[in-house]
Ligand binder design. Structure first.
Ligand code: CDP
Ligand code: CDP
Length: 226
């Protein structure tokens, strides 16, 4: 079994999930989208009409629900208690509330535990905000993926327009900036570059160029481990 553990952190729209998915496949390890877990809890909380200011109720929810990933031809599906929520967790409502839910310490404890359990069983490329600092502090490779906020907003804008959504670019950019600020400013495991993470700035770079760099970093680490 390939036990390589790669932590891939960075702000919204940096390309983490795109790159993590492809890199995991090339390296023969499991891709774990930790953002999808916080989105799943947020989706379920909205479904159950839980007051998002009620930290005890959110903590109880996150220890009760069963989050699962299923591999598909296109990538990965996410389900909560058996319901497929792959598309639902990308809604504007989930996106604008996820930072508040993920700031709750009890929610983070439950998700970090789940993430660490997965990484104890298999090699991973795990993407998120606190993977290199909190979830996998001993990861073989830590990468901080970033890009200018304009480019990150532009990428997300194009992605949503391609899905048929009508939206305002400036509003989308402001929403990304707001989420980055909340994620990096929270008390419990804020979004932060690990001191030993390698910075990869993807501004102006194609997905292929970024993948090449990431695989080079990972394979060098694998070679050192052998
Ligand atoms: O794909 P995008 O960058 O929009 O976000 P995501 O990776 O799906 O993460 C959604 C939200 O979950 C983030 O804005 C954070 O609030 C939270 N998150 C977190 O707190 N810690 C993680 N390890 C991953 C995500
Ligand atoms: O997971 P994260 O929020 O960091 O970003 P993502 O969802 O992987 O990427 C956001 C969008 O940017 C996707 O539509 C990617 O296809 C695109 N992208 C890109 O155009 N160029 C890159 N170098 C990386 C991602």
């Amino acid at each position: 079994m390939n036990t390589l553990r790669v932590a891939l952190d960075g702000p919204a729209g940096a390309g983490k999930s795109t790159v993590a998915k492809l890199a995991a496949k090339a390296l023969g390890v499991t891709y774990v989208d930790t953002g999808a877990m916080y989105r799943a809890i947020t989706w379920k909380a909205l479904q159950e009409k839980i007051d998002l200011a009620d930290q005890a109720a959110l903590t109880e929810l996150s220890t009760r629900v069963k989050i699962e990933f299923q591999l598909t031809k296109e990538g990965q599906n996410v389900s909560v208690d058996g319901a497929d929520i792959t598309e639902a967790i990308r809604s504007g409502e989930v996106t604008s509330n996820v930072s508040a839910v993920s700031a709750v310490s009890g929610v983070r404890e439950a998700m970090v535990k789940l993430q660490q359990e997965i990484a104890a069983q298999t090699g991973v490329v795990m993407d998120g905000r606190d993977i290199g600092t909190v979830v996998l502090p001993d990861a073989n490779v830590k990468i901080w993926l970033t890009a200018s906020v304009e480019e990150r907003a532009q990428r997300r804008y194009q992605e949503l327009v391609a899905k048929g959504q009508t939206l305002d670019y400036d509003q989308l950019k402001a929403e990304i900036e707001r989420r980055d600020l909340l994620d990096s400013g929270r008390e419990h495991s804020p979004m932060k570059k690990a001191d030993d993470a390698i910075v990869v700035d993807t501004t102006g770079q194609s997905i292929e160029m970024v993948i090449e760099q990431i695989l080079h970093i990972c394979r060098s680490a694998e070679a050192q481990n052998d």
